[in-house]
Design a protein. Structure first.
Length: 65
């Protein structure tokens, strides 16, 4: 589960980075960013990132036997 949390956090972080890049690019052109017009994309990116972080925190480091 910890590996799933890491993957979810990475996927969410990548989606957030693309969202911010889109925001900067579109605002520099004087247009409303389409990715933020459909705000569910940003909400899902935040969901994946914070869910992944929560899984990493909840499961922690595995004990070696």
């Amino acid at each position: 589960m910890r590996m799933a949390g890491i993957i979810m956090a990475v996927v969410g972080f990548i989606a957030l980075v693309f969202s911010v890049i889109s925001l900067f690019e579109e605002s520099s052109l004087g247009r409303f960013p389409p990715m933020f017009g459909n705000s569910w994309i940003v909400i899902m990116a935040l969901f994946w990132f914070f869910s992944g972080v929560a899984l990493i925190i909840a499961f922690g480091k595995e004990e070696s036997k």
